[in-house]
Write a protein that binds this ligand. Structure first.
Ligand SMILES: [Mg+2]
Length: 253
């Protein structure tokens, strides 16, 4: 994430939001988010993410969600090739949107074989940290989608390279997150709003915080689950509340 502050500083100097600098152009006010099962009781999203491994688990989620909510599955490298083929084929009636990181991060060749074998689109997450990974995956024809996380790509700079490679290869992108506050999520939201090739958004980690340490920045819509609002304030448009910084160190640039 070391390059993210540079984007923020540049855009602050320009007096514009990050998405309006560095040739990033805002294209929408709202984006649809994908929410994991941990927060569905608090919202009404139209896309759910199921961290599931077995047919019975995912079927239970589909039954709960109903037929109209888009549902993707993230196996987090939990399967080997034969298991992935069997599980994905068994889950075909559940009308999933795509399978995220079904195999080990390093197993590029079998990810490609899997994509050839099953009809469900395949998304890479742990397999893609930077533009070199992205180039390798798209050259192999191993994936339909790439999951960009600023925590993996070390900020917006490399994330834009990943997205550019994906877009050139006809591969759509997703922006995901780790256990991040709304500060880091705001940067991801800026990126997602600035790049039309980013079709899937999973920026729900702030729901896990007992206290919100951030003022400004992206916010979740109160009424429409999965919708995210982002202001046009300069820079990231978000900062930590002072009371949460009292015990920390400070660097002045
Ligand atoms: Mg994932």
């Amino acid at each position: 994430m070391q390059k993210l502050p540079l984007y923020s500083i540049c855009s602050l100097h320009d007096g514009a939001a990050i998405i309006k600098t560095k040739n990033l152009n805002k294209f929408t006010q709202l984006i649809a988010g994908c929410l994991s099962l941990s927060v569905i009781s608090r919202t009404r999203p139209h896309k759910w993410c199921c961290h599931g491994y077995k047919f019975s688990h995912v079927k239970a989620v589909r039954d709960l969600a109903g037929p109209d909510i888009a549902l993707k599955i993230d196996s987090n490298q939990g399967w080997d090739y034969p298991t992935a083929v069997a599980n994905i084929q068994t889950m075909a009636p559940l009308n999933l949107e795509y399978s995220e990181q079904p195999l080990a991060a390093w197993d590029y060749e079998n990810i490609r074989r899997l994509r050839d074998k099953v009809s469900l689109p395949i998304c890479a997450d742990e397999s893609v940290f930077d533009e070199k990974d992205a180039l390798k995956l798209v050259n192999l024809g191993a994936v339909d989608y790439l999951n960009i996380k600023l925590g993996k790509s070390a900020g917006i700079h490399t994330a834009l390279k990943i997205n550019a490679i994906a877009e050139a290869a006809g591969c759509k992108c997703m922006v995901g997150c780790f256990g991040e506050s709304r500060l880091a999520l705001s940067a991801s939201a800026h990126l997602a709003m600035a790049r039309p090739n980013i079709h899937f958004i999973d920026l729900d980690s702030a729901y896990s915080f007992k206290q919100d340490p951030v003022e400004g920045g992206m916010t979740y819509d109160d009424k429409v689950g999965g919708l995210i609002h982002l202001s046009d304030k300069p820079g990231l448009g978000a900062s930590f509340k002072q009371e949460f910084l009292s015990d920390g160190s400070k660097i002045v640039i």
